[in-house]
Design a protein around this ligand. Structure first.
Ligand code: AMP
Length: 413
């Protein structure tokens, strides 16, 4: 392991999807974000490149980028750009932190990527076929382009590994858990961890003393019950399909309804899978859109389907808030985050409506004024504090990447 020169130490965070790569470069010494960007439509002649420097305007252009390796090469080129870049040489990239969606039961901590770790991540691809293979491509591209730079995998599932057996097991024959590891894993762990930690900082009470429910409400949505700093339950399950009604995902549904539908419509497994993951949720219920902004717009104009989609979305969240309050024997802090949670006062108001018996008293005035910023939106006298906290998964990935590498250096002596 090379000697660390903190003034020149940068951490690159990568989030690779099937046709996109998001990235952010952090200054390792103060964890300040220097630049963030996204390349989408990878695999086409018209890949979209977007980047925004700290204190700068966003830049957007298109270019042919045919695979993940070329996308990461493009990212490195822009970081190295003599006029507008942030590094003079790739050696300034001290480490790369990768978001990895599924770590199965193998990983409860961020982990330095070795051949053995990569093989385990590959094994977990069966559990997250849309995500892990893309993230493996990102890891392999970095292994090639940034030889010798340590890479760390930060798992979405890791924060939920503290959930107890009676909570993560499904009521199916135990042999299927043993044979196929069918159980609740949970996702969005890095986001739930960040906002729970931030809520305790803002609230001024140690996380070890708090019972927190975090609501990550975006295109994919999940709740987590965080008791005394540890996740004890979360709404997504074996896959990110379970739990809340989402943009295009159904969330909880009676499995027999799916069997019935398959028989009635003569559907294949893949077709049923696609309906539940891509045609359901807000999109399916509203007959219109997966976009909460549009759902609200259409509801205001009197569109009943959009109204029912909005109501169903909010009701499901409220139901989980009640369940998790019971699971924790109380609630101190409720947090809203992600695209909808951070930006939608109507959703937050509807979820918190008539929860005064739980001690949730929202300030309508502050709620309506709060969009995309850290703010307490409950009344001062509310026993449960309600916060809006913009999530920052990339920062957590950068921090955890550095921590893992520092502890590895220490262990080496
Ligand atoms: P995410 O997956 O976290 O990027 O969140 C995407 C979701 O956030 C989409 O459903 C957007 O419609 C929703 N969203 C973003 N801005 C707003 C807003 N101002 N009001 C309601 N929903 C919003």
């Amino acid at each position: 392991m090379k000697k660390i020169k903190s003034s020149r130490m940068k951490v690159l965070v990568l989030n690779s999807g099937s046709s996109s790569v998001k990235y952010q470069l952090f200054n390792g010494s103060n964890k300040k974000s220097l630049v963030q960007g996204k390349i989408s439509n990878i695999g086409t002649d018209e890949a979209e490149i977007w980047l925004k420097r700290d204190k700068g305007n966003a830049v957007k252009f298109t270019k042919s980028i045919l695979n993940h390796e070329l996308a990461i090469r493009q990212i490195l080129d822009s970081l190295l750009n003599k006029k507008t870049g942030f590094i003079k040489d790739v050696s300034e990239i001290f480490a790369v932190g990768h978001r990895v969606v599924h770590g199965g039961e193998f990983f409860s901590q961020p982990t330095i990527i070795t051949d053995e770790v990569l093989a385990r991540i590959e094994e977990c691809s069966q559990l997250a076929p849309l995500h892990n293979p893309a993230q493996i491509k990102g890891i392999q591209a970095c292994q090639k382009l940034l030889q010798g730079v340590p890479e760390v995998a930060v798992f979405d599932t890791a924060f939920h590994q503290t959930i107890h057996r009676e909570t993560y097991l499904y009521g199916i024959p135990y042999a299927y858990y043993e044979k196929y590891k069918i159980r609740r894993y949970g996702f969005h762990g890095t986001s739930h961890y960040y906002v729970a930690r931030q809520a305790s900082k803002l609230d001024g009470r140690p996380i070890q003393k708090l019972k927190i429910i975090t609501c990550h409400l975006g295109n994919g949505s999940s709740l987590a019950a965080v008791k005394h700093g540890k996740c004890i339950d979360t709404s997504m399950g074996f896959t990110p399909l379970e739990g809340l009604i989402m943009g295009t995902r159904s969330g909880d549904i009676d499995c027999s309804a799916v069997f019935y539908l398959m028989r009635q419509e003569n559907l294949t497994i893949d077709q049923a899978d696609s309906i539940l993951n891509k045609e359901s949720g807000l999109k399916g219920l509203s007959n219109n859109s997966n976009d909460m902004l549009k759902i609200i717009e259409h509801s205001k104009k009197g569109d009943e389907q959009s109204q029912v989609a909005f109501d169903a979305f909010c009701y499901r969240i409220k139901k989980y808030v009640g369940a998790y309050t019971a699971a924790m024997n109380g609630l101190d802090v409720l947090v809203f985050t992600a695209g909808i949670g951070e930006n939608s006062p109507p959703v937050r108001a509807k979820v918190c409506d008539e929860l005064d018996f739980l001690g949730i008293k929202l300030s309508n005035l502050v709620n309506n004024q709060t969009i995309g910023v850290e703010k307490m939106i409950s009344k001062d006298e509310s026993p449960v504090k309600v916060w809006v906290i913009p999530t920052n998964e990339e920062l957590v990935i950068a921090e955890q990447t550095l921590n893992v590498i520092y502890s590895d250096v220490k262990q080496e002596g």
